[in-house]
Ligand binder design. Sequence first.
Ligand code: GLN
Length: 288
Amino acid sequence: MATWTIKALLDWMTPFLADTQVDSPRLCSELLLTHVLGLRRIELYTQFDRVLSPAELASLRSLVKRAGEHEPVGYLVGKSEFYSIEFDVQPGCLIPRPETELLVQHAIEAIRGYGDNPQVLDLCTGSGCIAVALAKNCDRVQVTATDISGEAIAIARANIHKHNLSERIELLQGDLLAPLRQRRFDLVVCNPPYVSTCEFEGLDRNVKDYEPELALRAGDEGLDIYRRILQNIGDHLTPEGVLMMEMGFQQGTALCQLIEQTGLFQEIAVKKDFEGHDRLVLAKTESS
Ligand code: GLN
């Protein structure tokens, strides 16, 4: 009978997951092993010859099987990293995407230009990853985060608590801007659902079959949520307020047009992600 050491398991899992067309099979194997063994990734390599117990092997086997069926590894291990911060994730929220770090980067830059105690609003907060990354990186900022989903709010609350940010992030459940009443913000950030009907059909299995549709789909062209945000955004920005929204890589022209039509913004710019795709739109109420 084979002795299942960490090394032998990595050598078995990686090609198995590669054969089932799972993305990043080596990373996925490492994450599943670290989860089962309660180790850090580096410790897999310092304990290469460690033999797994039958119980550890059984839980690993079941996770590998689920990963082979394209269940996202973030949900399997209950964690995901974003902006070098660890977040709890569950099927009730989207798993944070690396391209969303672009939004955080630009938001941090904007916040540095503000005076004391800037007020930031994060719409469609999901796991709370943007709100937490901003509060953790900007000492003076106060964040309000909203989401319509009760499940997402519970996950965001756990993440805010995990990073000791309950004093600086207020969480409100409700539909987009509805829970905010008359409040205005210096910066509004948002990674809304923006997947069109046609794109949704073509999404990878790990997204389409496992992540919440509510967090992904936004009508035929994927623009429905932007339209609804833009309808009322004027009531929630300060006179020098800035709006930053993530978008699908083919939505730049249409989204800029929708923003222009509000007549509220002087300067609108599109930024590209690390893959060279249009990913972010920045709209300033005053030109600087
Ligand atoms: N970029 C995400 C995806 O492809 C979609 C995220 C979103 O709609 N906010 O899965």
